[in-house]
Design a protein around this ligand. Sequence first.
Ligand code: PAF
Length: 298
Amino acid sequence: MKIQIFGAGAIGCLFGYMLQKAGYDVIFIARGRQLDALKKGLKITGLVDDEIEINVCGKACKADLTFVTVKSYDTAVAARELEGRTAIVCSVQNGIGNEDILAEKIDCVVGGVTTYAANIVEYGKICYTGKGVTFLGDWKGEGEKTVAEILKRAKMNVEIEENIRRKKWEKAIVNSVINPLTALLRIENGKIVEIEEIWSIAQTIAREGERVMKAMGYDFDAVSAVREVAIKTAKNRSSMLQDVEKCRKTEIEAITGEIVRKAEKLNISTPVNELMLRLVRGLERSIAFSNRDFNFEY
Ligand code: PAF
């Protein structure tokens, strides 16, 4: 069983590390300075302290299973590169739309939502900050049980999710609250609930998301979900905050952008989500404008 990690960022490296340690033949796909660093090995700190040699490559290889862990704006590139090169793909990315893009090119697509947490410390080195659960569900071609068995053998927590589309929307709604606020205000996740003024905006964004989900036929208590995640990950710097700090494009389009576009179709007003979308787009443009090293690496 050959397993490929397409996108050797923090979560990709964590999954790849756990799978290689369990004895699987793993290849990591990376770019730029991360590719150069990983050729010398992968270092991991936090919940484990280790350094391993890995197989790393700059473009997609042949594999039985590929975990897609690139940023959502790179999913179309991933789909094109992976076409004809992998039997199963499993996306554990943030945002809405990744699985549909992959399903255009690949016959077996597993949808995933993970609450495992890791950060990039420097190129070639990650910090494993939280053991979580990975929820897997069928998107196309029924590969979820195969993927679940593999992750279980790597001692990772897995649950099969009957309605993975709903789970993806729930995660996106939570992200639509925590990620833009933390990125715009440059705060850790916990501050969202600790600071009253911020918490009141957070609740408004969450309630807009709840209304969109309700119109899709899903009941979801987004305010409680956001509170729980913000408290559990209080000391984390969200992925969007890290993107902004590293002068990288963010995943705002696949998170808030998708919610706003869905709301428009359903005739629901989401003014605060629209404001967040415009502010983060503006922030991205200001970074791109002021920083020549604006970088789109994994
Ligand atoms: O994108 C992230 O950072 C994470 O999904 C979350 C849940 C907001 C925790 O930091």
